[in-house]
Design a protein around this ligand. Structure first.
Ligand code: FAD
Length: 537
């Protein structure tokens, strides 16, 4: 994995803002502050590379390249506002490639269903397969839009003045029942067929919660997000940070890797700076940086439980500590000897289920030499990226943090033989699972490396190696600590816990923070700049 050359920092330098973490949320805030307010922003990243879950890595001298947290993004058509924002953040340097059609393949024990980037066709194909449920299917496509809209509205309430929020929440509560219910509740109320119920939630891995736990709002967000298909960044996920960082540097800002923030400094209720450990040389003296604005991209849990000193009273600490944890994952990174096109793959995603029971998928026992997966997700970064050198795949399955807990204290790459043995067994089980459905897959493999929830915890510093922040369960609607505000003056959150997970959700988390910090015309300035940038070109 190629470490970035270290950017040097003079510790007497003055910055207008500090951002903790270089995920898309952190980079969005930093780039908007730099471009619109000419602020000098210091972004501190604990990993040795930038981008958070958008970062990628390489093996075999750069032949194979994978993403750690990006497979496809929806709503990036030519006239998409999200594309315009990403263009603005990257000064037009970030390019997108559309996934081939069909872009989703849902594989079940006795049928395979393909989704094309055309919502009308998706609906018609479902009705053709389940004609007796056509009325409910038509209603479903309207309901997912409604639920998504209400979920978004709920996620924007924190932009309103604090004293109005309980009132607005009260009003919204009267209308947003459709988004708050569990997805399972919606399915059971509206559909008969077990196969159809399973099929409609095939993408639940995109938000990491089975239908019994997710709110229908987040399900609606994901379904509507991908109705027009999927896009992938040219150069892979790492192109995102690479193209946004120059905007931060142009205003005199810096993005520094291997700097782990260990404490947010608070003076009389106001955030004033951070204490930082040099992650490359942990035994060196703690560094201290001061700035009038501190933004945390490290997530709600890390920020409240680890970075704000325990002595500082936070009313919601217990509730944050007790809130259910989000999803974990096992990721197998595969390098091929030849193109997977030889086996008939074209760059589409494959969601491969062994059962129609999504509960069974979600709560299956850990994969091992004797326990095969109930589900795996397969995607091919090299077939989506025209600039890819070697051929690659990413094979994902659910993983349990606690299952690996006994190795948590051991350092990355130096964990003991038992851990390596379990990883090797899981690798074999996952490859067998795909080989059973796509014969010839195993023979094509040149390289395979498994990442566990411990790997995620090590590189992303997420709480217990979770991947989507605070989970979108129905209870999330009423949490006062979700959103970009904190009880500490001049301290803000950004990223997935400021809105919701996914590249676009986390980027909007960044827009919320940057717009608010810029004052009453903050959002108008962002909108104006994005529109101007779009039509000037
Ligand atoms: C396997 C996987 C697949 C995914 N697939 C997709 C997809 O196909 N499409 C999509 O839209 N989304 C996808 N996502 C989700 C998406 O990648 C994330 O929701 C999004 O990138 C999160 O961005 P963020 O800014 O909230 O935070 P993150 O990307 O988590 O960034 C937070 C950063 O803060 C740093 N940090 C934490 N603590 C500290 C500290 N104390 N000091 C300094 N730095 C710190 C971390 O190292 C990290 O770089 C996927 C995620 C995963 C894991």
């Amino acid at each position: 994995m190629g470490a970035k050359p270290m950017v040097k920092i003079d510790r007497t330098e003055k910055f207008d803002a500090i951002v903790i973490g270089s995920g898309i949320g952190g980079l969005t805030v930093a780039a908007l502050m730099s471009k619109l307010q000419n602020k000098r922003v210091l972004v501190l990243e604990q990993h040795f590379t930038v981008g958070g879950f958008t970062h990628g890595f390489e093996r075999k001298g750069g032949k194979f390249h994978w993403d750690v947290g990006l497979h496809y993004i929806g709503e990036l058509g030519k006239n998409s506002p999200f594309r315009a924002i990403l263009n603005y953040l990257s000064d037009g340097k970030l390019k997108w490639e559309k996934l081939p059609d069909p872009f989703e393949t849902f594989v079940y024990p006795d049928f395979t269903f393909r989704v094309y980037s055309d919502p009308k066709r998706y609906q018609a194909d479902l009705i053709a397969q389940f004609p007796e449920e056509r009325i409910a299917i038509r209603r479903y496509f309207k309901d997912v839009e409604k639920a998504a809209f209400l979920f978004i509205v709920n996620g924007l309430i924190d932009l309103s003045p604090r004293f109005l929020q309980p009132f607005i929440k009260g009003v919204c509560r009267k209308f947003d029942r459709i988004a708050r219910q569990t997805t399972q509740h919606y399915l059971d109320k509206n559909f008969q067929s077990i196969q159809l119920k399973a099929l409609l939630v095939s993408q639940w891995g995109d938000y990491g919660l089975p239908p019994s736990m997710s709110c229908f709002g987040i399900h609606g967000i994901i379904v509507t997000h991908f109705l027009e298909g999927g896009w992938y960044p040219v150069g892979g996920g790492s192109a995102i940070a690479k193209t946004i960082i120059p905007s931060i540097e142009q205003a005199g800002g810096k993005v520094i890797t291997q700097r782990r923030v260990s404490e947010i400094l608070i003076d009389k209720g106001v955030a004033v700076g951070v204490k930082v450990q040099n992650a490359a040389h942990p035994d060196t003296e703690i560094e201290t940086y001061y700035a009038p604005i501190v933004v945390s991209n490290a997530g709600v849990f890390n920020t409240y439980m680890k970075l704000i000193p325990p002595s500082y009273p936070i009313r919601d600490r217990e509730s944050i500590q007790a809130f259910p944890k989000g999803a974990n994952i096992l990721s197998l990174y595969i390098g091929f000897k030849a193109s997977p096109q030889n086996l008939g793959f074209h760059g589409e995603n494959h969601w491969i289920f062994d059962t129609y029971d999504q509960q069974e998928v979600a709560f299956a026992p850990p994969i091992s030499a004797t326990v095969s997966p109930k589900f795996a997700y397969l995607s091919f970064p090299s077939l989506k990226d025209p600039s890819a050198k070697g051929h690659t795949a990413e094979l994902l399955a659910g993983g349990e943090y606690d299952f690996f807990l006994q190795w948590e204290q051991q350092p990355w790459r130096r964990r003991d033989a038992d851990y390596q043995k379990i990883k090797a067994e899981i690798t074999e089980s996952l490859i067998d699972y795909v080989e059973d459905r796509y014969p010839g897959f195993r023979d094509l493999i040149e390289y395979a490396e498994l990442a566990t929830p411990l790997t995620v915890e090590h590189f992303a510093a997420s709480d217990c190696g979770t991947i989507y922040g605070i989970p979108c369960v129905p209870e999330r609607f009423d949490l006062p600590w979700i959103g970009f505000r904190t009880p500490i003056e001049n301290l803000y959150l950004t990223g997935c816990d400021a809105f919701f997970a996914g590249l676009i959700g986390s980027m909007i988390g960044g827009i919320k923070t940057a717009g608010f910090v810029d004052g009453i015309f903050g959002f108008a300035k962002i909108t104006g700049a994005v529109i101007f940038h779009k039509y000037r070109r």
